[in-house]
Design a protein around this ligand. Sequence first.
Ligand SMILES: Nc1ncnc2c1ncn2[C@@H]1O[C@H](COP(=O)(O)OP(=O)(O)OP(=O)(O)O)[C@@H](O)[C@H]1O
Length: 781
Amino acid sequence: MSPSDRDQDSTEEIAAEQDYLTLLYAKLDTERETAQARLTDALRQSGGPPQARAERDTAATTYTERLSQLNSVEQGLCFGRLDFEHDEPVHIGRLGLFDEEDDYQPLLVDWRAPVARPFYLATAASPDGVRRRRHIRTLSRKVVGVDDEILDLNAADQGHDLGLAGEAALLAALERRRTGEMADIVATIQAEQDQIIRSGLNGVLVVQGGPGTGKTAVALHRAAYLLYTYREQLTSRGVLVVGPNSTFLRYIGQVLPSLGETGVLLATVGELYPGLTALGEDSREATEIKGRPCMVEVLEQAVADRQQVPDPVLEIEVDGEILTLEREPCERARQKARETRRPHNLARRVFVDILLDELTRQSAQRTEDNVFEGLPEIALTEDETPDAEVLDAQDLATIRAELAEDGGVRAAFDRLWPKLGPPELLGDLYGSADRLASAAAGHLTAAERESLLRAPGSYWTPADVPLLDELAELLGVDDTEAKARREQREREERAYAEGVLHVLEQDEEIIDEEVLRVRDVLDAELLAERQQRSGELTAAERAARDRTWTFGHVIVDEAQELSAMAWRLLMRRCPSRSMTVVGDVAQTGSAAGTSSWAEVLRPYVEDRWRLRELTVNYRTPAEIMDVAARVLAAANPDLAVPTSVRESGMVPWQRRLDVAEVPEGIRGLAERELVAADGGTVAVLCPASLLEPLGTALDDLLPAPEEQDARLSLLTVELAKGLEFDAVVLVSPDEIVAESPNGLNDLYVALTRATQRLGILHTGAEPVPMSGPANGGSAPG
Ligand SMILES: Nc1ncnc2c1ncn2[C@@H]1O[C@H](COP(=O)(O)OP(=O)(O)OP(=O)(O)O)[C@@H](O)[C@H]1O
C-alpha cells in the first residue's frame, strides 16, 4: 500500500468514525433532554402521601445526578474502538449509551465495563480475540485522527519492550502541555495500571511505584471503577480520597468529575475534623512528635490527669450547710468510673452518681440530726426499732435531685471530673508545661515537650487534627442534653409549621374559598421535614460534616507521608478496611512518615494486605531520570528508579551562582523557561529559606493567589509533592538536602517533577555528583 493509499484510508476511516460520533452525540443530547424533562417534572409535582413524596425526592436526586454525569462527558465522549475476530466491533467511551429502539444494543460501552477490558489489556502476543485496537482522537465533537494497532503475530515482534498499549496515543498524551490541572488517562490506561484499577473492593491494596508511574492517576480511576462496579455498596457510604495538601487536591480535583463521578470526598487529613480549619503551621520537630504512636498514651494520661480527687477534702456549702467530699469515696468513685472503660465524658455519669449518693447520705444524716436535735429522748414502744428512718425513699430522691441541681455541687464535680471537649483539653495541654510534663512522663524529653508548648488561642495545625480525633474518642460525647435539645427543636419546628399552615389557611379563606386548600398539598410534618433537610446531601457532603462517618472505601495518596497518628484517624474512618494506599517510600519527606508499608499496616491488618507495583515512568524523560537515579542511589541503594517511557532529547542544564546572586539571577532564568515551555507550566522549586527572597524577585511573574491556571509557580518541595510541570528550575539542591532529615528523598522528589525540561541552580557543593559519567541509573528507554 502506498503512502497516499494510507492517507486515503485514514481519511475514509476518519469520516466513518465522524458519522458514528455524530450519532453518539445526538444520542447524548437526547438523553440529556429526557433527564432534564423528568427532573423538571419531579420538581413541579407536590403533595400526595409521604411515600409518593419520598419517591419524588429520590427521582429528583437521581435525575440531577444523571444530568451532571451526562454533562461531564461532553469532552472525549468516545475515544476507542475494538474490532474482534468474530464479534461485532464496540466503541468505548466515558459512559454507556444504548439504543432503546434496537433492543438496547450498546452504542457506546463504558470503559469500566468488562467488555471494554481488552482495550487496555490485549496485546499482539495475547490478543484475546481482538483484531484491531483503535484510538480515536477528538476535539469537541470532531474526529481529528485515528491510531490503529493490528494485533497479529507480525506486530508481536515489533512491540515496545515496555509492553505499551496504544503507544502513539500514549505518547501524544504524555507530550501534551500541562495546564496545572491533572487530566484523566482513560483513553491510554496501561495493562499494569488496569490490573490495579480493577482489583477487587475488599481489603487493603498498596500501590507502590516510583515518581511519575501514574499512582495518583490510577488511584482516581480506581475510585471511578469501584463506584461503577459496586455502585449500591458505595454510594450510601461514599468514597474518601486523602491527599497531602490543598494545592494537590486542587490539582487532581477535575479528574473524577471528568469521569462522571462527583460523589467522592477529597480531603487532607487536616480537614477531617468537622468544624475546625487547621490554619497553623508546626515546626518540623513538632510535626514529627505529634505524629508518634506514643501520643496515644500521652493523651490517655492527659485525660486521666483531669480526673481528680480532693487532697485531702473538698468542702461544699449547700443551703448554709457544709457537705464534704473526702479523698476515699472520691477515689472509689473514680475507680468505678474508670472500670466502665467508657470515654471520659460518659464515665463521668458513674463518678457523679456515686458521689451524689455520698452527698445525699450526708445531707439526709444532717436532716435527721436536725429533726431530733433538742427533742427530749422518748422511750421506744415495743414495736419500734431504734433504726426506724425519718426520711423515706421519696425524700431521699428529692434531696438527691436538689443536690444534683445545686451550683456548688455541680462546680465541685466539674472541678474533679470536668466535661471536656477535644480542643479544650489539647489547648490546655499545649498551654501548660506542668500538664505536659505529667502527661508525657516517660514518653517525651523536656526539649520535646518544650517544642509542643504554644500560646493560648494559636491556630490548630494539620498535625493536631489526628490528636483531636483521638481525644474525641477518649473523651466521647455525652449527647443526652444535645438529644433533648434536638427533640425540643423538632417539636418547635412542627408547632411552627402548624402555625404557618394556620395563617395560610386564614389568608386563603379571605382570598378565595374555591382554590385548593393549602392543607391539601402541605402538612405540618412535611413542612417541618423540608425545613430540616434544607436540600438533599450526598454521602460525601454528609461525611464531610460528621466526624464519626465511616466510608465505603478510602484511597490514600502520597501515603508514605502519613504519621502513625494520622493512620489511626483514617482507620477509624474505614472499619471495613476497604482501602487503596498509594505512595512511594523513596519519596518520604516528612520525618513523621514511613519507609515501610508493612510497619504502617501491621497494627491494623497484620500481613493481610496486597502489594502491586508500578514500574514505568510516564512523566519524566530518561535524561532527567538519569540525574534523579544518582540521588536515589545515594539515598536508598536498594531501590530502582522506574523506567522512563520516553526521551526528550534535552539533557538537564546545571549552573552555579553565589546564593546572594540567586534572587537577581532567577528572574531571567524563569522568563527563559516560560518561553521554552511555550504556553506550558514552569516551577521554581527552592528550599524554604529562599522562598521569601525568590518570591520578591519573581513577584510580578507569579499569579495572584486566586488565579487558577498559573503558568509559573514558586514552591518548596513539600508543596510540590505529587505535582508536575513542563519545566522545573531547582534552586540550591544542597540546601534542600540540608533542611530535612530526609533531604535526599526531597531532592529526588524535586528532580522528578518535570515533564520536559529541568535546570539545576547550584549555590553550594553538589550533595551528590549530578553530572559527569553516570554511576548507575535508568538507561533511556
Ligand atoms: N496510562 C497513562 N496514559 C497517559 N498518561 C499517563 C498514564 N499514566 C500516567 N500518566 C501521566 O503521567 C503523569 C504522572 O502520573 P501521576 O502523577 O499519577 O504519577 P505518580 O506516580 O502519582 O507520581 P508521583 O509519585 O511523582 O506523585 C501524569 O501526567 C499522568 O497523567
